[in-house]
Ligand binder design. Structure first.
Ligand SMILES: Nc1ncnc2c1ncn2[C@@H]1O[C@H](COP(=O)(O)OP(=O)(O)OP(=O)(O)O)[C@@H](O)[C@H]1O
Length: 306
């Protein structure tokens, strides 16, 4: 179901998770809603918590605090499993099975199985149905795992860096197939990726994690409309920060370039450019770094003073 009454694809309230009771929080106080029918880019630096979040949404891990819901269902329940497919980085498949055996298994396990969609995903990659999974390249295995996920006809597809080992042509084909599925059936997709240019044309929602916390959960067009890249004399930069949010700023000599989230009209002599989604994401990721450096420096000062 899509439309205004459709359940959110993902909804988290106070979500927290740590791998061991005494270890740090991999996710902390996460609060966000991803509407259904969206293709969501899940981004963040290494270790930000993307895989952990997808594993929680897929029911492979369980929250230590708060909760997460997938299409209003509790992850891991039979209701959620029937409607949600998760493709993890390790892509567990049986190496001794042929591709045809693997798809047959998908058919047995899923009442909504679509053999045509599954076979199309495999065959577009030139993978024979008679090939043994253990003899396929990692990229080919990724395609088979995707075929299993798509054959299930999920309402929500969770993908943890699915394209990492695919060649550029295969990446384009798979992205096109995913977008077609999303457009035809209103399937929601949450896709973690470090390849930001690829997300520009495909994703219409952004979920950005920073250090286990949610930094952005927002419509991609709204992000584009609210941000600008400003270049101008460095003297103007401080007053700018009083009125707008300076996400990231780089100064070389007397010139400053800043990614700014604009709140109201701009004053000053600035050259204004509209950023691409990639610029916005990189700016927010760099801001995360800068904040970390400030926190680390403060912690070091406290330690030195003690
Ligand atoms: N199995 C594990 N045991 C203990 N800690 C873990 C485990 N897996 C991840 N972590 C920790 O949890 C945090 C979040 O890791 P996670 O894998 O979710 O990040 P990520 O954003 O997916 O990273 P990447 O982009 O590198 O894949 C990190 O601090 C990581 O060290």
């Amino acid at each position: 179901m899509t439309g205004p009454d459709a359940p959110a694809a993902l909804r988290a309230t106070g979500l927290g998770f740590r791998y061991r009771a005494r270890s740090g929080w991999a996710l902390r106080d996460c609060e966000f809603t991803v509407p259904s029918g969206r293709i969501t880019a899940l981004v963040g630096r290494n270790g930000a918590g993307k895989s952990t979040l997808l594993h929680l949404a897929g029911g492979l891990l369980h929250a230590d605090s708060g909760e997460i819901r997938v299409l209003d269902a509790v992850p891991g329940t039979s209701e959620a499993r029937a409607r949600v497919a998760l493709l993890t980085q390790d892509k567990p498949l049986y190496p001794r099975f042929t591709v045809a055996d693997t798809l047959r298994m998908g058919e047995k396990l899923n009442s909504t199985w679509d053999q045509v969609a599954a076979e199309r995903t495999v065959c577009e990659g030139g993978i024979p149905l008679t090939a043994r999974v253990g003899e396929l390249s990692p990229g080919q295995r990724t395609r088979v795992a995707l075929a299993l996920a798509l054959g299930k006809r999920p309402e929500l597809l969770l993908l943890d860096e699915p394209m990492a080992d695919l060649d550029p042509v295969a990446r384009g084909e798979i992205m096109a197939a995913l977008m077609a599925e999303a457009a035809d059936r209103g399937m929601s997709i949450v896709l973690s990726s470090h390849v930001l240019p690829e997300l520009e044309q495909t994703c219409d929602w952004v979920l950005l994690l920073k250090d286990g916390r949610v930094e952005l959960s927002e419509d991609a067009d709204a992000l584009r409309e609210s941000h600008v890249i400003l270049t101008g004399h460095a003297d103007q930069a401080d007053p700018l920060a009083g009125r707008h949010t300076v996400v990231h700023r780089r100064t070389a000599g007397r010139q400053t370039t800043a990614l700014v989230r604009q709140h109201g009209p701009l004053h000053g002599d600035w050259h204004v450019e509209q950023p691409r989604l990639e610029d916005i994401l990189v700016g927010h990721l760099q801001a995360a770094d800068a904040d970390d450096m400030v926190r680390t420096a403060a912690a070091e000062r406290t330690e030195a003073a003690a």
